[in-house]
Design a protein around this ligand. Structure first.
Ligand code: GLA
Length: 386
């Protein structure tokens, strides 16, 4: 962590020939439970992780934005006056999309000065850990400070989502940016995606002797294309047919009627969302009343629902989950949007290396490339570091 911060400062100086004014950072996230519920106005329970994207920034005297990063050779340059979503593409659509979205949230982009930015990150890309939200949140929190916009963290989360939806073109919900903004050490963010009320929930993994293990399958996914948007469309069809504003308005008691009104596929998509919302509520209650060791069955049930009803898992994720479950995990599930990315397993500390070995072995046996298995800790959200 310290290393990346020093590297970013040095890279900023090497690229732009001066010292940055400051450093800001924002974490990736992992979702403990509540998948695809965010854009259905439901409940989610993500946490910010101890992998961060760091932004070094200095304001300029003119109106030019220059963006460089450790993950691309090109330096992207654009005048603030020329900023529209149409001119944005590639990785710089994330940081510059945030600038555009700040304008949509009230920043007067005709009056602010330009800036130089250098970005680095240790959030793995394509692992389902929201490297994109980390990038958006780090840039949003930095510009909010230096331009003195006065937006709060919840508004900045919506700025990041807006950038992702309109500039990048991925029709995603509010979960990732909220986790990256509002995360807290050893805690999860319990978010009601209808009211946007957020509550910090103590996880107590340490006290329970548990590690949260990520199994990154290395199978990459994109939510700008294909499955994610299809699932979203099915949910909207389900809500329309059931005559509710969103699936949030349905409870488990409505499922019998849903089965009568909906075709089989739409019904199963709806059943996932409705039961998943209930599982988030049950997880929050269980964490409070019984502690982390008792939430395993809810994690397992969430995976089954995503595999069978929502159909967003892949064989590599199923294998990771099953292998973790068979080797001592308290519970396990795929996490994030699906079609690739990572699974999580809640694991007693003394079983972590056994699970790692078992997963490596199982993947080798199936001829899958080796996954990346590592533990994460719940961490603080976006902030100024220096
Ligand atoms: C992606 C999206 C989120 C959310 C999850 C699924 O991570 O960015 O908004 O919809 O998928 O829970």
């Amino acid at each position: 962590m310290t290393d990346i911060r020093n590297d970013v400062t040095a890279s900023f100086a090497a690229t732009f020939g001066q010292e940055p004014t400051g450093l800001w950072s924002a974490p990736g996230r992992v979702n403990l439970i509540g998948e695809h519920t965010d854009y259905n106005e439901g409940f989610v329970l993500p946490l910010a992780i101890d992998r961060r994207t760091i932004v070094a920034l200095a304001l300029r005297d003119d109106r030019v934005m220059r963006v460089a990063s450790a993950f691309a050779d090109e330096l992207v340059e654009l005048d603030l006056a020329e900023l529209t979503t149409d001119v944005l593409h590639g990785w710089s659509a994330y940081p510059l999309g945030v600038v555009w979205a700040l304008g949509e949230f009230g920043a007067d982009l005709s009056a602010v000065p330009g800036f130089d930015i250098y970005i680095d990150s240790d959030v793995p890309v394509g692992a389902g850990l929201s490297s994109s939200a980390a990038l958006e949140s780090a840039v949003a929190v930095a510009l909010n400070d230096v331009w003195q916009l006065g937006l709060d963290k919840q508004a900045l989360a919506r700025v990041g989502q807006r950038a992702e939806n309109e500039a990048v073109g991925a029709p995603t919900g509010i979960m990732d940016q909220s986790a990256s903004m509002l995360g807290r050490e050893d805690s999860a963010v319990f978010l009601d995606c209808r009211s946007l009320d957020a509550e910090v929930i103590d996880l107590g993994f340490d006290r329970a002797g548990l590690d949260l293990v990520i199994i990154d399958t290395g199978v990459s996914h994109s939510h700008s294309t294909g499955g994610y948007a299809d699932r979203r469309a099915s949910c909207e069809l389900g809500a329309r047919t059931m005559e509710v504003p969103s699936l949030r308005y349905l409870g488990v008691d409505d499922l019998d009627r849903a089965r009568e009104l909906l075709d089989d596929v739409t019904f199963r998509r709806v059943r996932h969302i409705v039961t998943e919302n209930q599982r988030v509520l049950d997880t929050v209650r269980t964490l409070r009343e019984q502690g982390a060791a008792a939430i395993g069955d809810l994690l397992d049930a969430s995976h089954v629902s995503m595999r069978n009803d929502f159909e967003i898992s892949i064989p590599e994720l199923d294998l990771a989950v099953e292998t973790a479950q068979m080797n001592g995990a308290v519970g396990a599930r795929m996490t994030g949007g699906g079609f690739g990315g990572a699974a999580i397993a809640l694991v007693p500390r003394d079983a972590v290396s056994r699970i790692q070995v078992a997963i490596d072995g199982a993947f080798a046996e199936h001829g899958y490339s080796q996954p990346d298995v590592f533990s994460v800790r719940a961490s603080d959200g976006a902030r100024r570091d220096r």
